[in-house]
Ligand binder design. Structure first.
Ligand SMILES: [Zn+2]
Length: 269
C-alpha cells in the first residue's frame, strides 16, 4: 500500500504535468496566431488523361486550369509578398498525393482546389456554387499529414516532435484550427459568389482526399454546373472565368486580413 506522502507526491506530479501541458498549449496557440499568409497553392482539378466532368462542348479540366491561372495572376499582381504555386499549370494529371506533396513540401499556408460540378442527368437546370472543407471522418488523415510534415511546424519552438507526448494534442489542435480557417475562407468565397448574383449552395464538409492530405487549411470550390447549358456558356466566357477567379481572389484577400488579425490560422511557420 502506498504511503500518504507518496500519494500526495503523485498527485502533485500529475498536477504539475497537467499545468505544464496547459501552459505549453497556450504558448503554442499564441505562436500560431497573428501570422501572415505567404504561400498559396492553387490546384486546378483533374487534367491530362482525367478530363473531369463535361458539358455539351467543354471539359472541367480546361475551365479549372483557366480560372486557376487568372486567380494566380490576380493574387500575384495585387498581393505584395504572396507566393503563388500551382499543382499544375498546363494540361497534365498530377496524382492527388503529388498535389498535397507540392503544398506540404512548399510549407504553403493555404490550398485552394478549383473544380466544376455536374449532376447525374445529361442536361440539368441545377446551378450555383459550393465550397467543400474536409469532413470530420477524414480527420485522421489530416492529422497524419500534419504529423508527417511536423518539421513544417517545428521552426519556432520545436514542439511538434513525435517523441513528445504533447505532439498528438497539438496535431489535433492544428487540425481543428485548420478546419475552422477553411470554413472561414469557404464562407467568404460563397459570399462573394452571392454578391455576384450567383446561387450559393454554401460551405459543405466532405471527406475529399485532396483536402485530407494537405497539412494546412484547404478548400475545394465548385464553380458551377457544366451540364447546365447556361452555366457552361458562362464558365467558357472570358468574363465568366474572370468573375469566378475574382470571387475567390476577393475572399482570399479578406481571409488574409483575418490571418493577420489572428482570427484565422493558416499554418504554424
Ligand atoms: Zn472535379
Amino acid at each position: 500500500m502506498k504511503s500518504k506522502s507518496t500519494k500526495i507526491l503523485s498527485a502533485f506530479l500529475i498536477l504539475l504535468f497537467l499545468s505544464c501541458s496547459y501552459l505549453m498549449l497556450q504558448a503554442q496557440s499564441k505562436r500560431v496566431v497573428g501570422k501572415r499568409l505567404r504561400k498559396v497553392v492553387i490546384d486546378a482539378g483533374h487534367g491530362g488523361r482525367d478530363p473531369g466532368c463535361h458539358g455539351q462542348y467543354s471539359y472541367e479540366k480546361d475551365i479549372a486550369l483557366d480560372v486557376s491561372k487568372i486567380l494566380g495572376n490576380l493574387l500575384r499582381k495585387n498581393m505584395d509578398g504572396l507566393r503563388v504555386l500551382y499543382t499544375r499549370d498546363y494540361d497534365w494529371y498530377p496524382a492527388l498525393k503529388e498535389r498535397h506533396k507540392i503544398a506540404n513540401d512548399a510549407k504553403a499556408d493555404l490550398f485552394v482546389s478549383i473544380h466544376i460540378n455536374s449532376s447525374p442527368k445529361r442536361v440539368t437546370t441545377a446551378n450555383g456554387t459550393e465550397t467543400y472543407v474536409l469532413g470530420l471522418h477524414r480527420n485522421d488523415q489530416k492529422e497524419g499529414a500534419i504529423g508527417e510534415y511536423a518539421e513544417n511546424f517545428a521552426q519556432d519552438g520545436g514542439l511538434l516532435n513525435p517523441q513528445d507526448p504533447m505532439t498528438q494534442i497539438l496535431i489535433a489542435q492544428y487540425s481543428q484550427t485548420f478546419l475552422a480557417s477553411s470554413i472561414l475562407l469557404g464562407t467568404f468565397i460563397e459570399n462573394e459568389f452571392k454578391n455576384q448574383g450567383r446561387k450559393s449552395m454554401g460551405v459543405k464538409q466532405k471527406g475529399l482526399e485532396v483536402l485530407a492530405g494537405s497539412a494546412m487549411p484547404a478548400v475545394l470550390v465548385e464553380l458551377g454546373f457544366l451540364n447546365n447549358p447556361s452555366e457552361e456558356a458562362m464558365l467558357n466566357s472570358p468574363q465568366g472565368k474572370l468573375n469566378c477567379a475574382n470571387a475567390i481572389y476577393k475572399a482570399i484577400s479578406k481571409y488574409k486580413k483575418e490571418v493577420e488579425k489572428g482570427t484565422a490560422i493558416q499554418s504554424a511557420n
